[in-house]
Ligand binder design. Structure first.
Ligand SMILES: [Zn+2]
Length: 82
């Protein structure tokens, strides 16, 4: 699963397909918001909840290795029976 965060002020994707929401991603979102809306009090953005209020966060479940492995397994099974 990956995370994308779209700024609700400028609709820019501040975060795109991040594997997680760690400190680095949160810092990137915070930096974006500081540049995007300088009038926002930065102390109010320290809390993740307040920060996330300015982003539309979406999660994407990508068909990663599990699905690929499933397909391979199917192909192998087909190959075995053919
Ligand atoms: Zn923005």
């Amino acid at each position: 699963m990956t995370f994308s965060a779209c700024c609700t002020h400028c609709e820019t994707e501040a975060l795109s397909d991040a594997a997680q929401l760690s400190d680095a991603e949160v810092a990137r979102m915070r930096n974006h918001l500081r540049a995007c809306v300088p009038s926002l009090a930065t102390d109010r953005l320290r809390e993740l909840g307040a920060l996330l209020h300015h982003f539309q966060v979406t999660t994407t479940t990508t068909p990663e290795r599990g699905a690929a492995r499933g397909e391979l397994a199917t192909a192998a099974a087909l190959g075995a029976t053919a």
